[in-house]
Design a binder for this molecule. Structure first.
Ligand code: ATR
Length: 289
């Protein structure tokens, strides 16, 4: 029940109407018996500063931050935790003792999801498809976890180079960048990256509802039983890329696992408790059904 002691947690993004976080976090608060409610707030860029100030002014335990604010929000915080600094983005704010601290649970969420899929990136070669914000969280996390090679493919080659440079700075010596043409033209260099890789992560928006048949131009014969194919897209839960990879014998995992675990890690930061994973998963599955 909402009463005079209820405290608010918000999601700051623009737009936010598509988000599953309210369903997932409210289910978590209920299951944990916490007097908290979670609301999504559409915040245009020019209102980000007062919206962040409201997290402290209204004494919220914290907030989530999503597109397009993740990179800009550190400027309005008192402190940024090391993992968020390394990823260059904040998706979770914790308000404690009057201070706003920025964290990033996307990397933790991705790693927990990989672990559930039985994959350990240490010493591995990896292919990352895409070079946007999601790709950066994934690629930097893989570098920090000791992946030995990360080859970034992106439609816009410049952005792939930028991400490869960042990954190198984060300790992965074997970082390289290639364009979509290398996939379309099936260059030997591109093919060799797939042969060495144990993990292929799809981070672009290709395949998202309603454009269900879209996928990255990966030649199907380059995917094999040696791969875990991970698609960050969670709606739909099965994508054209995953279907193609499965047909080629690869193991596959959709983006719902990362979504669940980044939310669970945020819950843990706000409340100091273990997240009620089963309740969160059930709420997420109901959204995705
Ligand atoms: P996000 O935060 O979800 O990663 P983003 O930073 O806008 O969003 O990045 C979107 C990613 O999807 C980029 O890698 C983008 O490629 P470009 O850098 O070339 O724009 C990729 N992407 C989006 N639409 C695409 C399309 N139709 N074909 C190929 N890549 C696409």
């Amino acid at each position: 029940m909402i009463d005079a002691s209820t405290r608010l947690v918000v999601l700051l993004g623009y737009p936010v109407h598509h988000s599953y976080s309210p369903a997932m976090q409210n289910a978590a608060f209920r299951a944990a018996g916490l007097n908290l409610v979670y609301l999504a707030a559409p915040v245009p860029p020019e209102r980000l500063a007062p919206a962040v100030a409201a997290v402290a002014a209204l004494d919220m335990p914290g907030a989530n931050v999503t597109v397009p604010h993740k990179e800009r929000v550190p400027a309005f915080l008192d402190e940024v935790a090391p993992e968020a600094r390394l990823l260059g983005a904040v998706n979770t704010i914790v308000h404690r003792n009057g201070r706003l601290v920025g964290h990033n649970t996307d990397g933790t969420g991705f790693l927990r999801a990989l672990r559930e899929a039985g994959y350990d990136p240490r010493g591995e070669a990896v292919v990352v498809l895409g070079a946007g914000g999601a790709a950066r969280a994934v690629a930097v996390t893989l570098a920090l976890e000791g992946a030995k090679e990360i080859v970034v493919f992106n439609r816009t080659l410049d952005r792939a180079h930028q991400l490869a440079a960042l990954v190198r700075e984060r300790g992965c010596g074997g970082a390289a960048a290639l364009g979509w043409e290398a996939l379309e033209g099936q260059t030997p260099e591109a093919r060799a990256a797939f042969v060495r890789a144990g993990l292929v992560v799809q981070t672009t928006s290709l395949g998202m509802s309603p454009r269900l048949e879209d996928g990255p131009p990966v030649p199907p014969e380059w995917m094999s039983a040696n791969h875990l194919a991970y698609d960050l897209v969670y709606n739909p839960s099965d994508t054209a890329f995953l279907r193609m990879a499965r047909k080629a014998g690869a193991r596959t995992a959709g983006g719902a696992g990362m979504l669940l675990h980044q939310g669970a890690a945020a819950f843990e930061l706000w409340t100091g408790r273990d997240a009620p994973l089963a309740a969160m998963k059930q709420a997420l599955e109901a959204c995705l059904a």
